[in-house]
Design a protein. Structure first.
Length: 167
């Protein structure tokens, strides 16, 4: 497993097929509170494998970015994911994150997102980076504004209205 970033409490690494075998993505999407604002729900192991192989690995190979697995450094526990997705049609990179509910409120989302933005200063210099969150998702919007995100506009998404912020 290739480590991309480390912080005092976290390790961000590439996803691997073993994450599917461990049901990391299946378990993450199984909680309706976790997927409440993202228009997704439970996924099967086969769908998780497709996500890892077709989306995450492709993003890394094609664009050098990805949604990276986030683990606590002290115990190696998988707690979510954070990272970038290249949006070719919009010529930008989208910062996204998703964490298990039992770790909410502990600063892991902010810590992982800040590490990703620090990485982007070198690796995506001069590129447009955005973050999106449903308008009701106050915690996620606080992370994005805490990173210096500035409001651009509201957009209609498949499952509601999102705020688009430039980071």
């Amino acid at each position: 497993m290739t480590t991309i970033l480390t912080t005092p409490r976290l390790r961000l690494r590439e996803f691997v097929v073993g994450d599917v075998d461990a049901d990391h993505l299946v378990a993450l999407n199984d909680n309706p509170n976790v997927t409440k604002y993202v228009g997704e729900g439970p996924i099967t192991r086969a769908a998780a494998l497709d996500v890892v192989r077709d989306r995450l690995v492709h993003q890394h190979r094609a664009y050098g970015v990805g949604r990276w697995a986030v683990e606590r450094r002290d115990d190696g526990a998988f707690i979510g994911w954070c990272g970038f997705k290249r949006e070719v049609d919009e010529d930008r990179y989208d910062l996204g994150y998703r964490f298990f509910e039992h770790v909410w409120g502990q600063g892991y989302g902010r810590e992982a997102a800040a590490a990703c933005m620090a990485w982007a200063k070198t690796n995506l210099a001069g590129k447009t980076i955005v973050g999106r969150a449903r308008v009701e998702n106050v915690a996620s919007l606080q992370i994005l504004t805490g990173l210096g995100g500035t409001f651009v506009r509201h957009e209609d998404d498949l499952d509601g209205v999102v705020s688009l912020l430039r980071l």
